[in-house]
Write a protein that binds this ligand. Structure first.
Ligand code: SAH
Length: 391
């Protein structure tokens, strides 16, 4: 089998599963892009099997410590193991969850989300993209779904030299799928909605945030299709406003509210940066402000700009919270570490002359498991900060 020899001190010797271009000593056997290759150390000892893409910065991603071909039996085994893991998680409905999450399930670049009888597949690496048929055959065998949708519109694919591709692989396509999440109706567009239709990683956090919402005035910034806002309304918040700049997202939020009988929520299609500025100028006050922005940075280079953006919205939010008020804030960028994020919040607290108390923390839901050897698999951090009264 063709392969590469990895330089000493490469990440893979410290637990990571990736080999970067700068860590390759030499390649042998002339592997083709997308091939399964064998990895070796500088003493010719085997390190396992990986998928190869010389066009990516991450040239090899190991998926087994053994010699392992990528065949249908392998995919069936790995997907089944991932499913069993989800079935064992309390508080997660295995009918509505991420079944496979890439490196954390030993399938680098493969994401499979399950929405009842429908499955959505993403292939974010060249090696896995070349094997869509094999992966979907394994999915059909394991789940007998009504339909499998390929949602390859993630910008992450560009790093692997892959363009967008969205299509129905097999079965039928529901025009809109309606699902019940904690008693609230969500209308999901599997072909065109953000992510694969729903922010599955936040599902458990909706309920936790809503626990604080009774008789409170809530502002849900970056509401998407209203996950936090609707849960807060259902929990008895006195007023709820949901803001998002995406018109289809706001349309879905309105539909969800109507179907769930939560008609008091006010939906605003606007840029949160402008919206917060206007509300601050109008001296509006809230008891709870939720900030769940998109990742402001996809790389380390733009971290500074991202932090400036985060700080601006935090500063404005803190100024509009009453003493005893709660800031619920999330970051979903792996490049913004927990430490850096807290430092940014602290700076915003200094500037707004507020003293904070950390009441609770949140993480990505357990169907997006973290692989401790691959820090990139930990990306969602969330906090509840209380404005200390009379300080
Ligand atoms: N809280 C949501 C997920 C938010 S994802 C949930 O749990 O479902 C981020 C959202 O921010 C997306 O819906 C996107 O449309 C929106 N968005 C991105 N930039 C924005 C901006 N500047 N102002 C308002 N909304 C924005």
């Amino acid at each position: 089998m063709a392969g590469i020899v990895v330089k000493p001190r490469a990440r893979i010797f410290h637990g990571h599963e990736w080999v970067y271009a700068s860590e390759i000593k030499k390649s042998f056997g002339n592997p083709a892009p997308g091939d399964v290759i064998s990895l070796k150390d500088f003493k010719d000892r085997p390190l396992g099997s990986a998928i190869y893409n010389p066009a990516s910065q991450i040239v090899a991603r190991r998926f087994s410590r053994r010699k392992q071909p990528l065949d249908k039996a392998f995919f069936t085994r790995r997907i089944e193991r991932a499913l069993i893991h989800r079935q064992g998680l309390s508080q997660i409905n295995p009918e509505l969850c991420r079944i496979v999450w890439s490196e954390s399930d030993g399938l680098p670049g493969v994401v499979i989300d399950r929405y009842g009888e429908y499955l959505v597949l993403q292939t974010l690496t060249l090696g896995m993209n070349q094997r869509v048929d094999m992966i979907s055959a394994a999915m059909s065998e394991l789940f007998s779904p009504k339909g499998i949708i390929l949602r390859n519109d993630s910008p992450m694919r560009a790093a692997e030299g892959l363009g967008p591709e969205t299509r129905l692989i097999c079965g039928e396509l529901p025009s809109k799928k309606i699902l019940d999440v904690n008693g609230i109706s969500f209308t999901i567009d599997l072909m065109g909605g953000q992510k694969t239709g729903l922010y599955l990683d936040q599902l458990s956090n909706y309920r936790r945030v809503a626990e604080y919402a009774r008789e409170r005035r809530v502002l849900d910034c970056f509401t998407n299709q209203g996950g936090f806002a609707l849960h807060c309304a259902a929990a008895g918040a006195s007023t709820v406003i949901g803001v998002d700049s995406s018109s289809p997202a706001i349309e879905s939020a309105k539909l969800n509210a109507e179907k769930s009988g939560l008609n008091s929520v006010q939906w605003v299609e606007a840029n949160v940066f402008d919206d917060l500025k206007t509300r601050e100028a109008n001296n509006e006050q809230f008891d709870i402000i939720i900030l769940d922005p998109p990742s402001f940075t996809r790389n380390k280079r733009s971290l500074k700009d991202a932090l400036r953006g985060y700080k601006e919205i935090h500063l404005r939010a803190l100024k509009m919270l009453n003493p005893g008020g709660l800031l619920m804030t999330f970051t979903c960028s792996h490049h913004v570490s927990r430490k850096v994020f807290i430092e940014m919040v602290r700076d915003a607290a200094v500037d707004s002359k507020r003293t904070l108390r950390q009441k609770q923390t949140f993480a990505q839901r357990a169907d997006h498991p973290i692989n401790p050897s691959i820090p990139e698999t930990e990306y969602l951090h969330g906090f509840v900060f209380e404005i200390m009264p009379a300080w």
